[in-house]
Structure formats: C-alpha cells, structure tokens
Design a protein around this ligand. Structure first.
Ligand code: C2E
Ligand code: MG
Ligand code: MG
Ligand code: MG
Length: 278
C-alpha cells in the first residue's frame, strides 16, 4: 500500500510495481513507518446510558492517517498487525493513550479499548495493562477491554487466565460484536462479562418482524445471563426509541455520536445530554 523512499515521505501504493504486489507485506511496511512517524491516532465514540441519558463511556478506535491525509481503515491494517505481531506494540500504545485520556478528565467514567486475541495470548499482557494504569494513576474499573469472539479464541486456557487476571485488577471485560461469531455462547458460559455489545447487524435487521423477534430473543438471553447490554450501530431516533422500549442499558452509534477527537468529546461528559421526553 505504501513505501518509504528513504527520505522523509511515504508514497501510496503503485499497483504496477511488482515489488509492491503483496498487499499484506506492504501494509506491514506501512505500519512500521506509521508507528515510527506517529501516524497512528485514537478517536473516541461516545456510549450513552439509556436510563440517565448521559454519555458515560467512550470506545477508543484506532486511526491510521497517511501524511497526505488518506485514512487507512482498521479493517485493513488490524488483521495485518495481528499476523505480524505488530498489534502488540500498537495495542500497548492504545491502552497507554486511553489511560492518559482517563487521567485528563475525571468526568469520563470509562474508556473501552479493543484488544486482539494475539494480545490476550501474549505473556505479560495483564501486567502491561496494570503498568499503564499505574503510570496514569487511574483505577482499573475505569478501563474496559473489548474482546471479539472468534474461532482463534476458542477455549484457549492462556486467554482465560489472562482475562481472570484482568478482572482481578478491576478492569471491565466486554464482549464485542456478539452474535457474529460461532463461539459467543461458549464465551458467555466461560466468562463473566461486564457488558455484552450486540452486533449492529441485529439492530439493523429489526426492520422486519423476523429480525425484530430475533433481536428480542438475544436481548432476553443476555438479560437472563446478567451482563449489561450495549447495542451498537444506532443510526436513527427510531432505533434509539426501540432500545428504550426494550430497556437496553447502553447504546452506541452514529445517531448517538460519531467517533471524534478526544478534545471535542470531553464537554459531553460534563453536561448531561438532553433527552427527548416520550
Ligand atoms: P468494533 O470494535 O466493532 O468498532 C465499531 C466499528 O463500527 C467502528 O469502525 C465504528 O466506527 C463503527 N460504527 C460505530 N457506530 C456505527 C454506526 O452507527 N453505523 C455503522 N455502520 N458503523 C458504526 P472502525 O473504527 O472502522 O473499526 C472497525 C474495527 O476495527 C473495530 O470494530 C475493531 O474490531 C477494530 N479496531 C479498531 N480499533 C482497534 C484497536 O485499537 N485495536 C484492535 N485490536 N482493533 C481495533
Ligand atoms: Mg469494539
Ligand atoms: Mg472489536
Ligand atoms: Mg463491535
């Protein structure tokens, strides 16, 4: 996708150049440059508490922006970072940055950070999170780690041990994209998640009676298990209203707020969001 020319700039991928034909290798090279030159940043997306109408948390999302302003989506660079192991460095940086953001404003109750299975399997991960919290002087209960169910995570004892270490530090453990993988139910059985995020595809399917029934079944199942329920991908007032009727705990999506720089979100935490009366 890009390569350095040895001076000080990055060129976008030239598809005719045989040397750059291996996309994944190129993204890996790009990532290396990006880390060195600090082209990686975090944006944050607000999470609303449906009962109080307040913005209570925000999710950290990684962004890779080329010097010319081109954004490289996480769906492209995260898998490569996972394959090459670079996710370990990127992930540590993301958690440290999130902890510093928590330190900068006591009004921000919680920040959630996505973590890859590669991180959870790496020795010393829980200790590195503890160190990041300690450096920032932030308590573990303000940090949430989002884990995505996936085949590669299945029943891995190192992962389970790591998660229990994180919980001992008071860190919240959330299950991301619930319903999209095959292992979601096994995970619910094994891990006491603080929050489960229902994947946005289920909310979007609510336009049909069948989709709506499915969504309600999932909510019912989770409710009986006990974690807080967060619904992702809220794009309209109608969807927010549906979640209110179903007594959902938390919501997130473009209608609540788009991912943005931390500076622009801080004021949201200081003032309650005005809620429309039903
Ligand atoms: P995710 O963790 O499920 O994050 C939610 C994604 O949905 C984000 O995409 C967000 O911008 C998008 N989104 C939020 N609200 C809406 C909505 O209302 N409608 C629609 N259509 N989309 C919405 P993004 O930022 O492109 O991230 C994609 C994925 O990349 C994330 O999915 C996560 O799995 C991964 N990712 C992002 N940052 C990190 C990171 O720091 N570490 C790791 N390991 N993965 C990350
Ligand atoms: Mg997430
Ligand atoms: Mg995720
Ligand atoms: Mg998600």
């Amino acid at each position: 996708l890009a390569k350095a020319d040895g001076r000080n700039c990055v060129h976008l991928f030239d598809p005719n150049d045989p040397q750059t034909s291996d996309e994944s290798e190129n993204v890996a090279a790009l990532l290396k440059i990006a880390i060195e030159r600090e082209l990686i940043s975090l944006v944050f997306q607000p999470i609303i508490n449906m009962r109080t109408g307040k913005i209570e948390a925000m999710e950290a999302l990684m962004r890779l922006t080329m010097p010319d302003g081109t954004a490289v989506p996480p769906s492209l660079f995260i898998p490569v970072a996972e394959r090459t192991g670079m996710i370990l460095e990127l992930g540590r940086w993301a958690i440290r940055t999130a902890c510093r953001e928590l330190m900068s404003s006591e009004h921000i109750r919680t920040i959630s950070v996505n973590v890859s299975p590669v991180q959870l399997k790496a020795p010393g991960f829980a200790a590195s999170v503890a160190a990041a919290l300690g450096e920032a002087g932030v308590t573990g209960d303000r940090l949430a780690l989002e884990i995505t169910e996936g085949l590669e995570m299945e029943m891995h004892s190192d992962v389970l041990r790591c998660i229990s270490d994180l919980k001992l530090l008071g860190i919240k453990v959330w299950l991301d994209d619930f319903g999209t993988g095959f292992a979601g139910l096994s995970w619910l059985r094994l891990i006491d998640f603080d929050t489960v995020k229902i994947d946005r595809s289920f909310l979007h399917d609510c336009v049909t009676p069948r989709g709506r029934a499915m969504f309600q079944d999932i909510v019912e199942l989770l409710r009986n298990r006990g974690p807080k329920i967060l619904v992702e991908g809220v794009e309209s007032e109608e969807q927010l209203e549906l979640l209110r009727r179903l007594d959902i705990d938390h919501a997130q999506g473009f209608h609540v707020g788009r991912p943005a720089r931390a500076e622009s979100l801080r004021p949201l935490f200081e003032a309650p969001r005005r809620q429309k009366t039903a």
